[in-house]
Design a protein around this ligand. Structure first.
Ligand code: LLP
Length: 449
C-alpha cells in the first residue's frame, strides 16, 4: 500500500538546495530564519493538504464519512482556512477553540464539541455559533446541556462519549480508552445515560456514540476492536431501547514518525482496518450503515511543521557530553520534558555536511530537563547555525507557554516559494499586556513602560 504523510519525518517538500541549505515549501530555511527570526514554527501547506486528501481518499469507498481535525493539535485561524478548503470539520474542546473557528468563518455545523468539563458559558457559546454536535461526556453535562437548550428553546444533536475499555501501547498520559479514565461513560453507564436523555431531556437528540482510544497509536487492530465495541453497543441499544443510532465517532490517534525507528501504519491501512471491521460487524449485528466520523489531530499537522532555532552557547563537560544550546526549548516544545518524546534535527545551513559529533541539543530555559534532543549526530556546530527540528507541527504551539517570561515564537506557512506569517511573534509588550499593578502597590517604585 502507498505510504502516507504521517510515515515520514519531514514535510513532503523538503529538499537541499544549491547553497547546501535546507529547503521547505520552496523556501530556503536559512533565509526564513533571517527574515522572521528564531525560534520559528514553519508549516508546509502542501504537507497538510496532502494529508487531508489522503484521509479523504482512504475512506472514499464508504459513502458516509466525516473527517474532522482535532484542533487541540494546532489551532489558528489560518489552519481553519485550510481545513475548510479541504472539506474537513473540527473537533473543538474549549470556548477558545470555538471562538477561533467561528472568527475564521469556519462552517460551525462541521464542528463537534468534546471535553469532560465544558462550562455553561462554553456550551452556550457552542450553541450560539450553531455547532454541529456536542459530544456529551457525563451525567452532569446531560442535565446542564438540556437546561441550556431548553432556555434557548432549541434542539441539540448529541453523541455520547464512551470508554470502550481498549488499551493501546502509547505513553500512559495520552491513553484515554482504558476503563479507569476521566473521559466518557463506562459501558455499564450507557443505559442510564440513554434513559436520562430519553425521559428527561426533550431538547437533546441522541445521534450516536463516540470512542477515542489514545494518541500516537501504531497498532491497527485496536481500531478494529473499537469498531466492534461500538457496533455491539449500537445493536444492544437497538434491542433494548428500539433506537437505531446513526453515527459513530472513532476519535483520532493515528501515530506519526518522529524518528527513523518509529513505524506508524499508513492512513490507508487504518481506514481499511476500520472499514473492514465495520462491514463485518454491521452484517453480524444486522445494522444499517451509520455515518462514521474520524477526528485525527497529530497525523494531520505533525510532519508538516518544523521549528527553527539559532545555536548560541555550547559546553563540553570534561570527559562528558557536549551541550549545544539553542534559543528555544521546553516552552515552545514541552513534549520531550513531558513525555520523553524524541525528535530528529539537522543543521539547516550545513544540510550537505556529514555528521561530525554527537551532541545534546539543550533549550534556553532554566531547568535541567529542558533538553530537546539527546545524542543528536550533527556536523560541527558554531554560534549562529540554524537547527531545524522536524515533526513539531502537533502539540507544540498549542502546548507552548511563556515560561521564564520568554515571548512565544512566530509561526509562518510556506508554499511554492512564498512565506506568510500565520502567528505573530510575541513581544515584551504582549507579555505585560495582561498584568495589572493594584493601585496600593504602585507607590513610586514601579517604572511603567
Ligand atoms: N479526539 C479526541 C477526543 C482526543 O482526545 C484527541 C486527542 C484526538 C481526537 C486527537 O488525537 P491525535 O490524532 O492527535 O492523536 N498532548 C499530547 C497528545 C494529547 C492528545 C489528546 N487527545 C502529545 O503531545 O502527545
Amino acid at each position: 500500500m502507498q505510504n502516507t504523510v504521517n510515515q515520514s519525518i519531514m514535510p513532503v517538500t523538503t529538499k537541499i538546495n544549491n547553497n547546501g541549505h535546507l529547503e521547505i515549501g520552496g523556501c530556503d530555511v536559512v533565509e526564513l530564519a533571517e527574515t522572521y527570526g528564531t525560534p520559528l514554527y514553519v508549516f508546509d501547506e502542501e504537507t497538510v493538504r496532502k494529508c487531508c486528501q489522503q484521509y479523504k481518499e482512504a475512506f472514499s469507498s464508504y459513502s458516509n464519512v466525516s473527517t474532522l481535525f482535532a484542533s487541540k493539535a494546532f489551532m489558528t485561524q489560518a489552519i481553519c482556512a485550510i481545513l475548510k478548503d479541504e472539506g474537513f470539520g473540527l473537533d473543538v474542546v474549549s470556548g477558545g477553540e470555538i471562538y477561533t473557528a467561528s472568527s475564521a468563518n469556519f462552517p460551525m455545523n462541521r464542528c463537534y464539541f468534546n471535553g469532560n468539563n465544558k462550562s455553561s458559558e462554553e456550551l452556550e457559546l457552542a450553541l450560539e455559533t450553531g455547532i454541529g454536535r456536542i459530544t456529551v461526556d457525563n451525567f452532569f453535562e446531560i442535565d446542564l446541556l438540556n437546561s441550556i437548550a431548553q432556555s434557548k428553546n432549541i434542539q441539540v444533536d448529541v453523541i455520547l462519549r464512551i470508554t470502550p475499555g481498549i488499551e493501546c501501547h502509547t505513553h500512559e498520559y495520552i491513553q484515554t480508552g482504558h476503563l479507569d479514565s476521566k473521559f466518557g461513560f463506562d459501558l455499564t453507564q450507557v443505559d442510564e445515560a440513554i434513559e436520562l436523555i430519553k425521559e428527561r431531556c426533550p431538547n437533546l437528540n441522541l445521534k450516536g456514540l463516540h470512542g477515542h482510544i489514545g494518541s500516537q497509536i501504531f497498532e491497527t487492530y485496536v481500531y478494529a476492536d473499537l469498531v466492534e465495541v461500538i457496533v455491539a453497543e449500537f445493536a444492544r441499544i437497538r434491542d433494548k431501547f428500539g433506537i437505531t443510532l446513526e453515527e459513530m465517532n472513532l476519535g483520532g490517534g493515528l501515530g506519526v514518525q518522529y524518528i527513523s525507528e518509529d513505524d506508524p501504519p499508513s492512513i490507508y491501512e487504518i481506514a481499511e482496518v476500520i472499514l473492514t471491521a465495520l462491514r463485518q460487524n454491521l452484517v453480524k449485528y444486522e445494522l444499517p450503515e451509520p455515518k462514521i466520523v474520524v477526528e485525527p489531530g497529530r497525523s494531520i499537522v505533525s510532519n508538516a511543521g518544523v521549528t527553527l532555532y539559532t545555536v548560541g552557547s555550547s559546553k563540553q563537560v570534561p570527559e562528558g557530553k557536549k551541550y549545544v544550546a539553542v534559543d528555544g526549548g521546553m516552552a515552545d516544545n514541552p513534549r520531550p520534558a513531558m513525555y520523553q518524546a524524541k525528535y530528529y534535527g539537522v543543521v539547516a545551513n550545513k544540510a550537505n555536511e556529514e555528521a561530525a559529533e554527537t551532541v545534546t541539543i539543550a533549550g534556553r530555559y532554566c531547568e535541567s530537563g529542558d533538553i530537546l534532543i539527546n545524542d543528536a549526530e550533527l556536523p560541527e556546530t558554531e554560534p549562529g547555525d540554524i537547527i531545524c527540528i522536524y515533526c513539531t507541527g502537533a502539540y507544540n504551539y498549542s502546548m507552548s507557554s511563556n515560561y521564564n517570561r520568554v515571548p512565544r515564537p512566530a509561526g509562518i506557512i510556506v508554499h511554492d516559494g512564498q512565506s506568510d506569517v500565520i502567528i505573530k511573534r510575541e513581544t515584551y509588550q504582549d507579555l505585560i499586556s495582561l498584568d495589572v499593578i493594584p493601585e496600593r502597590l504602585k507607590k513610586n517604585n514601579c517604572h511603567l513602560v
